[in-house]
Design a protein around this ligand. Structure first.
Ligand SMILES: Cc1cc2nc3c(=O)[nH]c(=O)nc-3n(C[C@H](O)[C@H](O)[C@H](O)COP(=O)(O)O)c2cc1C
Length: 457
């Protein structure tokens, strides 16, 4: 292994559980649980596997709508069509595990702060301090249709709402001082009213009186995560996030994002080590590089052309590729396309088609397989080397591991890669604390009322 400049400490690991796995065709693979989205035994098994691998946490994404689009393609892809609501699921996983952190998404666009504050505080009590909330503004535009709107909020407004929403939630989480509940039968006193605080939040988007009907949580407050990488997303993260999920592809890109985001924190009075940046890693590990490549090829071969073409044509601004030969080149008109969607993805796809002469099938296989996430296929040693390279060179504080198919892809990672990371001192051999904040080395945030006398309310 190459000699790296030393960086002290251990990396933080999250396991991102798309029900059947990150690969678009994972549910068709024999090593995946086909009905995973609605199989509680499956979720318990994979969460316990991640706990055995001493991960800091698992992470569940969410949307408050199904996927929308061409049903001919959608019928071949279960993701976001039928699965457990994640906060409900985390409650079950909390009682089936003892140490691992449990993180899920809830959107600030289609919720109210009181509901979210209550749900996550409650989960933090049930899990004894292991909960995190991934604050998103909703990537799925059709969620609007389920909440009385005809269009999604515009990007800037979404983030304005997210900032105010999060502030209100944090305020509600401080409704009670840590020692507010006396539960004293002798004096017939359940709580001390001096230690109860009304929020009285009145902002542009939300009005919340409080107090919350759940005490301060065992880790002070649940841990806040954020996963948007736009300017507004980075600014929001610098302000309140304690963990960030991001898609980064190159060491240089990862380093630039890392120093940019950490550099924004000072103006909010925050130290850079109060936020952990975890780029996604779709790691396909084998005992040998050849075994890993074979596994990856198996998955790639399972991508149904309907699904591949749908994903590719979404990226190509809706350009219909069905009339064309899958094993032929992209038609010349495609190279003139522009998009209102992701310009980065469009540029990447057209670049591959032009520079490497990829056929339509090869293009969708490359793009659709990992759905735009960074894929690393190799021996366990090679994957550990690459993770170490990013970590010691300040491109990340750890990784969000996105197993290609579940449970098998996670088993491979935990059995093959984790021991190498532990051997190198880069990953804990056992948990030294019990809360998610303990694992992440983050102090419980003091209550906003801690040093002040209780307000007259
Ligand atoms: C690892 C990861 C997980 C995400 N999970 C969700 C999710 O569960 N729900 C969602 O609506 N968006 C999710 N997103 C999308 C972002 O939160 C964000 O909405 C999107 O990137 C657009 O924001 P931006 O313009 O600031 O980048 C996720 C993004 C990443 C990288």
């Amino acid at each position: 292994m190459a000699a790296f400049p030393a960086r002290r400490g251990q990396m933080h690991l999250g396991a991102f559980f798309h029900p059947t796995g990150n690969h678009v065709a994972s549910w068709l693979h024999p090593g995946a649980q086909a009905d995973a989205g609605l199989n509680i035994d499956h979720y318990i098994e994979i969460t316990r596997t991640a706990e055995r691998g001493k991960f800091d946490m698992i992470f569940l994404a969410d949307a408050v709508a199904t996927r929308d689009g061409n049903l001919v393609a959608l019928k071949r892809w279960p993701q976001y069509m039928a699965y457990f609501e994640p906060t409900t699921l985390l409650a079950a996983l909390a009682v089936a595990t003892s140490h691992i952190g449990l993180v899920c998404t809830a959107t600030t666009s289609y919720n109210e702060p009181y509901n979210i504050a209550r749900r996550f505080a409650s989960l933090d009590m049930i899990s004894r301090g292991r909960i995190g909330w991934n604050v998103v503004t909703s990537a799925n535009l059709t969620e609007a249709f389920n909440f009385g709107r005809e269009a999604h909020y515009e990007h800037g407004e979404r983030y304005d709402r997210a900032l105010e929403f999060t502030e209100a939630v944090q305020g509600l989480w401080d409704s009670w001082d840590d020692d507010a509940f006396l539960i004293d039968r002798a004096s017939a006193t359940y709580f001390d009213p001096e230690k109860l605080h009304f929020l009285h939040h009145k902002g542009e988007h939300f009005s919340v009186r409080g107090p919350l009907n759940v005490p301060r949580s065992p880790q002070g407050q649940p841990v806040l995560f954020q996963a948007g990488s736009s300017e507004a997303g980075k600014e929001a993260a610098a302000r309140f996030a304690e963990g960030v999920f991001t898609a980064q592809y190159t060491l240089q890109g990862g380093q630039a994002f890392y120093s940019d985001l950490k550099g924004r924190m000072a103006k909010y009075g925050r130290r850079p080590d109060k936020l952990h940046i975890l780029p996604g890693l779709n790691a396909i590990a084998g005992r040998t590089e050849k075994a890993a490549r074979e596994k990856h090829a198996e998955l790639q071969a399972l991508i149904h052309p309907d699904v591949g073409l749908e994903l590719l044509s979404n990226t190509l601004a809706g350009f219909d590729l069905r009339p064309y030969d899958l094993d032929g080149p992209l038609p010349p008109e495609a190279f003139a396309l522009t998009t209102n969607g992701s310009t980065t993805a469009l540029r990447n796809v057209l670049g591959w088609a032009r520079d490497e002469n990829l056929t339509i099938r090869q293009l969708y296989q490359r793009f659709a397989g990992a759905r735009g996430q960074r894929t690393l296929v190799g021996s366990a040693e090679q994957i550990a080397d690459e993770m170490e390279r990013w970590f010691v060179n300040h491109a990340s504080d750890g990784f969000l591991i996105q197993p290609s198919h579940l449970p098998e892809g996670l088993d491979d990672f935990v059995d093959l890669v984790v021991p190498i990371l532990q051997e190198r001192g880069l990953l804990r051999r056992d948990y030294t604390g019990t809360t998610l904040r303990d694992h992440l080395g983050l102090e419980p945030p003091p209550s906003r009322y801690a040093k002040r006398p209780a307000a007259a309310e």
